[in-house]
Write a protein that binds this ligand. Structure first.
Ligand SMILES: [Zn+2]
Length: 277
């Protein structure tokens, strides 16, 4: 299966290296790393990033008010998954499945661009999103983004152990090379998505960590701005830190079998793009 690494949303918050650990100037550069997988039968999108309706701002209730301001979100049509997929010669209908790490606005905005796709998500995530209570939850979950989804496939926890992660399972209608690995903490039903390509696995860990330094087995590190953002957005601190430790162990013990990346780490995105065949 061929895997394409897409950036489907850029954020440039004031704070530079305090947010991304690398920028020299006043603005940080934070990507939204989504995957497009070519299976023998169809295309599978893992997270959507922002969509055309977000870029065109044609409905007022899609994006939250606060976070795009703080994150200095740059909405460009060429960054949307649908634009990039069409530029490769495919159509929206070729995307028959979308697997979501979670339903935050920066991961689910493009759902409306693929109305025929089946959307796979943990059931706890969908429930939390549909029953959002409180300021943070209502800002992060935007029902207008998924109101037109026709087909959902939702999953309870329960499955097998996979490289030390619990309850990892395959997905209805998808090949066994694509797996869902629950990684709650950032949100209630947050999950990673693992894809086997050639002789290695790739694990999209979503927002379970946000900077590559957090997985350093000897000296874990994270820019202060990102650390604060994670603390604010976390729904279960203990679960988040516990899963971070599992990911650190996975990288330490199985780093030659599994490459792990975070949705918003631009250094990892650049490295994986340059390493992709
Ligand atoms: Zn995110």
């Amino acid at each position: 299966m061929r895997i394409h690494h897409l950036n489907c949303g850029s954020h440039c918050p004031v704070g530079g290296f305090m947010f991304d650990g690398t920028s020299n100037g006043p603005l940080a550069h934070i990507c939204t790393h989504c995957l497009l997988v070519e299976t023998p039968d169809c295309l599978v999108l893992v997270d959507t990033g922002y969509g055309l309706k977000d870029v065109r701002r044609n409905t007022g209730r899609r994006l939250p008010f606060i976070w795009p301001l703080i994150l200095n979100t740059r909405l460009r049509e060429q960054d949307t998954a649908i634009h990039q997929i069409k530029a490769m010669g495919f159509s929206a209908r070729d995307v028959r499945h979308i697997v979501l790490t979670h339903l935050d606005f920066d991961h689910a905005g493009g759902l409306a661009d693929f109305p025929d796709a089946t959307v796979h998500v943990m059931s706890g995530e969908r429930q939390a999103a549909e029953n959002a209570r409180g300021f943070i939850a209502r800002q992060r979950y935007r029902p207008a983004m998924w109101k037109d989804v026709k087909q959902w496939r939702m999953y309870e926890t329960g499955g097998e152990t996979w490289f030390g992660l619990q309850s990892v399972r395959d997905l209805d209608g998808l090949p066994p090379e694509i797996l869902m690995a629950p990684l709650p903490g950032h949100t209630v039903g947050h999950a990673g998505v693992a894809i086997r390509s050639a002789d290695r696995w790739l694990l999209n860990a979503g927002d379970s960590f946000m900077h590559v330094g957090q997985l350093d087995p000897t000296r874990p590190n994270c820019p202060a701005g990102i650390e604060l953002y994670q603390a604010i957005m976390s729904t279960n601190r203990n679960a988040r830190l516990d899963n971070l430790e599992r990911l650190r162990e996975l990288k330490r013990d199985h780093g030659s079998d599994v490459s792990i990346f975070a949705s918003h780490d631009g250094v990892q995105l650049a490295a994986m793009r340059s390493a992709a065949p």
